[in-house]
Design a protein around this ligand. Structure first.
Ligand code: NOJ
Length: 544
């Protein structure tokens, strides 16, 4: 058993509220449908704010809710300043922000920074032009045919050229799907033989940088608390060490500091770890490409060619190892203990916490970990009741982006109660955004609330404990004293957490002679200086 101490954070950093955040991620189309069209909407979310307040979360992150043709479920924006009609109106969003605030809940939006939809007026204008447009250059165009892609795995997310659908001749650079043309933020290397490579301070890139600030200001002025930035690291092209991209974001952050000092912004994925001043307020640690993401998931949203197939640590069979996660977390904070790190239960691109490798009991230990580790927790809607990933969910709005990678399975409608459509919508079942889990024993919020022993009640209790216990917040240090099964760690010097996701019993030495005070526990007992942890046992102790 190794001992490692993960660094403490410098308390003087700004946006302190983020330390207390428990994020709840809402997929707007799948949360609650108030008007019976089969698709979730903002008034539906407003109706459910009491539930979120009861649960105790204090920050909502919405996936994009703006005008869009929905080729990629809203990650293809055609108007950044307008809520998509299917979700409601800008007034609904403002009302939601106000009503959430009354309940102590902040709202984060998703800013798709790297690309627009082909239907965005900026793109339509450039498409209609016969050649360069003095007010344009928002996108990247080339005349000659590009070389065929070198990569034999045609996966969205690698910049590639798409032939213009006309009238403008040539090809445009895409960022993800063909319908998502990359916004032009310039290139790290300008080359005379490739004249489409603008420098980062050319007119088009500057126009786009300013547009990002205008969009942010528009929504921040309406009360939102900040943004998750989609594909934040895709902006400047050919930027191997992301020097220019991070410079762009640092400048944007300084602008935020000056104008909206309480607003946060958080990139998709992991900000490259270097000694530079962090350009973001926090980042997401379990990025799908990272081997340590096998903490919770080893590719249950389907296999990507590079997905790690290592067993998960939070796996009933207890075959996994937590080492890659611990090492990566330690490295992530090395030299910069002030970096805040978000660990999510899952998200819209990932499997869910509940899958065939974890039953109800080991979901409990996963949540004990999520809400007590030295990171900011993010809960993907429905994970708190144990909704499961549905492997055969139909491909809706670009959900399947690689033949074996189906994101629809984690995007199915929230299960509220035992009524028709699980209380999600009054629409006929065949008109729902995605089908509801057909399992007759599927979990739902109402039944879980009625059952004091449910996962939902545990999650709520853990959020309360976290709120009342500053030692469990990020930045107070994590001392790992058991790194197998169970995982045992001390937070803030005075709280011991033990989780045993596996189905075998185990032990860990008591780190003090006095009996600790138990805040919560399941199948854990202390005898003769040893802590005995049963299958899927867990506990949080206050040390004397
Ligand atoms: C990352 C988002 O999380 C994903 O859902 C989306 O498809 C791509 N970016 C493209 O915007």
């Amino acid at each position: 058993m190794s001992q490692r101490t993960l660094a403490r954070r410098d308390e003087s950093v700004a946006r302190e509220w983020l330390n207390d955040a428990v994020i709840y991620q809402i997929y707007p189309q799948s949360f609650a449908d108030s008007d019976g069209d089969g698709i979730g909407d903002l008034p539906g979310v407003i109706d459910r704010l009491d539930y979120l307040e009861w649960l105790g979360v204090n920050t909502i992150w919405f996936n994009p809710c703006f005008e869009s043709p929905f080729a990629d479920a809203g990650y293809d924006v055609s108007d950044y300043l307008k809520v998509a009609a299917r979700y409601g109106t800008n007034d609904d969003l403002e009302r939601l922000v106000r009503e959430a605030k009354q309940r102590g809940i902040r709202v984060l939006l998703d800013l798709v920074a790297g690309h627009t939809s082909v239907e965005h007026p900026w793109f339509q204008r450039e498409l209609a032009a016969s050649g360069p447009d003095p007010a344009g250059d928002r996108y990247v165009w080339r005349h000659g045919a590009p070389a065929p892609p070198k990569n034999d795995i045609e996966m969205p997310g690698t910049p590639q050229w798409v032939e213009s659908p006309g009238p403008r001749p040539g090809w445009y650079l895409k960022n993800f799907y063909d319908d998502q043309p990359a916004l032009n933020f310039g290139w790290a290397n300008v080359r005379s033989d490739e004249p489409w490579r603008d420098a980062v301070d050319d007119a088009g890139p500057i126009r786009n940088r300013e547009a990002l600030r205008e969009i942010m200001a528009f929504w921040l002025d309406r009360g939102v608390a900040g943004f998750r930035i989609d594909m934040a690291f895709s902006l400047v092209k050919d930027d191997d060490d992301l020097v220019e991209t991070l410079q762009l974001w640092s400048e944007t952050k300084h602008w935020l500091d000056d104008h909206y000092p309480d607003a946060v912004f958080i990139p998709e994925g992991v900000e490259p770890r270097a000694t530079h001043e962090p350009a973001f307020d926090a980042d997401f640690f379990l990025a799908i490409f990272e081997p340590h993401a096998a903490l919770f998931d080893n590719g249950s949203a389907g296999s990507l060619p590079w997905t790690s197939h290592n067993p998960c640590y939070f796996d009933d069979a207890g075959r996994g190892t937590v080492q890659p996660f611990l090492e990566a977390f330690e490295q992530a904070q090395e030299g910069r203990p002030d970096r805040r790190i978000i660990v999510g239960s899952a998200d819209h691109d990932f499997g869910r916490l509940a899958s065939d490798r974890r039953n109800g009991a080991s979901l409990e230990s996963a949540f004990v970990f999520l809400l007590t580790w030295g990171s900011i927790p993010s809960i993907w809607y429905g994970d708190e009741i144990g909704m499961r990933y549905l492997p055969d969910a139909p491909d809706v709005e670009g959900a399947v982006c690689y033949p074996t990678y189906n994101r629809a399975g984690c995007r199915t409608p929230m299960q509220w109660d035992t009524s028709a459509n699980a209380g999600f919508s009054s629409a006929p079942a065949d008109q729902l955004y995605l089908p509801i889990d057909a399992d007759p024993s599927r979990p739902d919020v109402a039944s879980s609330r009625d059952d004091e022993t449910s996962l939902l009640h545990l999650v709520r209790r853990l959020i309360q404990i976290r709120k009342e216990t500053p030692s469990l917040h990020p930045g107070t240090g994590v001392e790992v004293i058991g790194d197998g099964y169970p995982l045992a760690y001390i937070r803030g010097g005075d709280h011991l957490v033990i989780v045993n996701p596996s189905s075998a019993s185990s032990t860990v030495d008591l780190p003090q002679s006095d009996l600790p005070l138990e805040l919560i526990s399941n199948d854990v007992r202390v005898a003769d200086g040893v802590i005995h942890v049963g299958p899927r046992g867990y506990a949080i102790f206050r040390l004397g």
